[in-house]
Design a protein around this ligand. Structure first.
Ligand SMILES: Nc1ncnc2c1ncn2[C@@H]1O[C@H](COP(=O)(O)OP(=O)(O)OP(=O)(O)O)[C@@H](O)[C@H]1O
Ligand code: NI
Length: 371
């Protein structure tokens, strides 16, 4: 396989709050090849948004990238190492702020957020904003930019784009606004688009239309995507490869079919089990038990062990890395010691029964972690 377009290597992001250090992203690695749509999936608070914001270096105080490296198209967007004093510092390889702002953000990498109203200015027309964005970012005259804006609106499925050009954002429906944001993201012909739950607020029919549009555009433009979602249905629909996140870590990484049919991590299995199926009644739904613990004080060992139906004693002490556990290319990786790839004495270890886990949960609030 060719070199990836985006490579995230051991990324760590922390928030330094009054209550303590939140390890929002705790050493994740994944990559995206040209033309690939890669999913980042997990429950609320798993660290998905923080991870994708870090790619664009949009982490704000009290947050900080404290380790790892992000490479894009052969260039180092950020590289953080730990100095002799124990403090993280950006290495010289890190791209300067100005260059990142002018050459990368919006042009090479575009980002689409959940709420279009946050990205669109309510006092300017939709067409005007798109035109100005194109004018600013590409070498176009005002007239050319206007034509391009109209053609982009048509491209993303806005009916009668010339007539709608002068409308204000509030005159568009939620789905139409999301289409405008996609037009804006595509306007500079970026090689990577990061989409942070862009369809979560839409109803399912509109969501399905937007997902179709994205697939269609991806075919035509060959754009790569990182797609953040908590919805396994969306994952099944559009992703080529998937990373499953739990409490700041990637616990499983696989091509989409392998993830669904050769599931290797109990958390992924639980996520899949919680997706409603047509043949199930409400009573038969299987929500994941318990709530996700806090990233400020994650459980020792495997972070999922407090909710995992397959947890054993050994899981309380070993925090596994994400290792190749299946054959295949691209590889299937999981962070669970029940697999042979881990020599962690899982099979000889006694199961954690529910009561024991309860007790463990309580002692956890004492605040000790050991990884
Ligand atoms: N500004 C901040 N200050 C302190 N903690 C933060 C801040 N932003 C995020 N966090 C913490 O980082 C962790 C990851 O948050 P993040 O928003 O990335 O989750 P997410 O997976 O995107 O969830 P969601 O599906 O709800 O969007 C959470 O524990 C969150 O509380
Ligand atoms: Ni988020």
């Amino acid at each position: 396989m060719s070199d990836p377009l985006l490579r995230v290597d051991d990324l760590q992001v922390q928030f330094f709050t009054e209550d303590g250090v939140v390890r929002a992203v705790d050493g994740i690695s994944f990559d995206v090849h040209e033309g690939e749509l890669v999913g980042l999936v997990g429950e609320s608070g798993a660290g998905k948004s923080v991870a994708v914001s870090a790619i664009m270096r949009l982490i704000e105080s009290p947050g900080k990238i404290v380790g790892g490296r992000i490479e894009f198209d052969g260039e180092t967007l950020v590289e953080v190492e730990t100095g002799p004093d124990g403090d993280p510092y950006r290495t010289e390889a890190t791209m300067p702020d100005g260059e990142l702002r002018e050459r990368i953000r919006g042009r090479e990498i575009a980002i689409i957020f959940q709420d279009p109203m946050e990205s669109l200015n309510p006092v300017f027309t939709v067409g005007g904003q798109l035109r100005e964005f194109i004018e600013l970012n590409r070498d176009f005259s005002e007239r050319e930019a206007r034509e391009e804006a109209v053609s982009m609106l048509r491209e993303v499925g806005i009916p009668e784009p010339e007539a709608r050009y002068g409308d204000y954002p509030h005159q568009f429906s939620g789905g139409m606004r999301q289409r405008v944001l996609i037009a804006m993201a595509l306007a500079c012909e970026p090689s990577l688009i990061i989409a942070d739950e862009p369809t979560t607020a839409l109803d399912v029919t509109v969501e399905a239309q937007i997902l179709d549009l994205v697939e269609d555009l991806q075919d035509r433009y060959g754009t790569s995507f990182v797609w953040v979602t908590h919805d396994m249905g969306v994952v099944a629909e559009i992703c080529d490869r998937v990373n499953v996140m739990y409490l700041g870590e990637i616990v499983e990484q696989a091509p989409v079919d392998d993830l669904f049919y050769e599931t290797k991590h109990p958390y992924t299995a639980a996520l899949l089990d919680s997706v409603p199926r047509p043949d199930q009644t409400v009573e038969e739904l299987n929500p994941i038990k318990g709530v996700m613990p806090e990233a400020i004080d994650p459980p020792s060992g495997c972070r999922f062990h407090t909710r995992c139906p397959e947890a054993r004693e050994a899981c309380t002490t070993t925090n596994p890395d994400c290792r190749e556990v299946g054959f295949g290319d691209p590889p299937h990786r999981a962070a669970c010691i029940k697999h042979d790839a881990f020599d962690a004495a899982y099979s000889g270890s006694p199961p954690l029964d529910a009561a024991a886990q309860q007790g463990f949960d309580v002692s956890l609030s004492g605040g000790e972690t050991d990884d």
